[in-house]
Design a binder for this molecule. Structure first.
Ligand code: AMP
Ligand code: TRP
Length: 285
């Protein structure tokens, strides 16, 4: 990753936490849409303009990567997401969504539907579109409140993929080869059918998290390794491109990314399948 490129991305683009996108123009959305100098684009899930959910994305150009000191207490930021891969199961609820409901009251929360993660294995376009909506509906049904949390579709915010590309060039391939989920899933599909995205998927997840300078990430235990990789990647980028080097290039200096902490629930972190007690319950992908 070129330092200049990253520096420019962080200064001019939306890798700052000021980027906001809300499926329902929730709290973050409405707060920042009105800021001067913000780019605004409205989209709907899967481009449907009918009665579909609206996504209002706002990218502020005037905000620093880490908020400057102010007298207003800054709430810690939490991000998390679920793949729209069909039916949401008990593991998703107990491992992730249930935790979100409490957290949204005291943290700055962003919950997205990670549709770009869902295409790392073979998928059906129409099913994906339907599942994206259903997943949003399930978030709400479980108690996610859009007046408190920002809810949006990952692919509606292009910065996720842009940052992923920059992070990819700082990610040693050996780190990705070690991912248990990659090994398991690629074994199932067979080498010839495995797309590169299945290998690089944790870099996209890191981008989802680091883009917003997140403090905490509530996930089930199966995501722990991906979270560790995210932390290592943040530290690596901070070491390689942050501090004085960044300042010399006209940046703010200091740490580029916050190093996030996983938030794994004490109960429900690994819900097992009722049909196979040795495997965790999953959407079978
Ligand atoms: P996914 O369905 O892979 O998108 O997972 C979404 C969220 O649910 C992540 O935070 C996972 O860690 C969590 N999760 C998935 N399966 C389980 C499970 N069997 N037990 C606990 N948490 C899970
Ligand atoms: N990879 C996660 C899963 O399959 C979903 C996910 C994608 C996620 N991006 C994220 C979770 C960012 C937390 C934060 O379960």
């Amino acid at each position: 990753m070129g330092r200049a490129v990253l520096s420019q991305f962080l200064t001019l683009s939306n890798s700052t936490p000021r980027l906001s996108s809300s499926l329902f123009c929730g709290r973050l959305g409405s707060k920042y849409l009105k800021r001067p100098g913000s780019i605004r684009h409205n989209r709907t899930i899967n481009g449907d303009n009918g009665a579909g959910f609206r996504c209002c994305c706002s990218v502020s150009l005037s905000q620093p990567a880490v908020p400057e000191t102010s007298s207003i207490p800054v709430r810690k930021r939490i991000v998390s997401g679920v793949q729209p891969t069909g039916a949401i199961h008990l593991g998703n609820y107990l491992g992730a969504i249930k935790t979100w409901i409490e957290l949204q009251n005291s943290y700055d929360t962003l919950f997205f539907i990670v549709d770009l993660h869902a295409i790392t294995l073979p998928y059906d376009t129409q099913q994906l579109s339907k599942a994206t909506r259903n997943t949003a509906a399930i978030y709400l049904a479980c108690g996610v409140d859009t007046s408190k949390a920002s809810v949006f579709v990952q692919s509606h915010v292009r910065a996720h993929v842009e940052l992923m590309w920059l992070l990819s060039s700082a990610t040693p391939i050996g780190w990705l080869n070690r991912m248990i989920q990659f090994k398991e899933k690629s074994r199932k599909v067979g080498d010839e059918n495995v797309g590169v995205a299945l290998l690089t998927y944790p870099v996209l997840m890191a981008s989802d998290i680091l883009l917003y300078q997140s403090d905490l990430v509530p996930v089930g235990e199966d995501q722990k390794q991906h979270l560790e990789l995210t932390r290592e990647l943040a530290e690596r980028v901070n070491y390689l491109y942050g501090g004085r080097k960044w300042k010399k290039l006209g940046g703010r200096g200091g740490a580029i990314f916050k190093v996030p902490e996983p938030l794994i629930p004490p109960a429900g972190a690994r819900v097992m399948s009722l049909t196979d007690g040795l495997s965790k319950v999953s959407s079978n992908r």
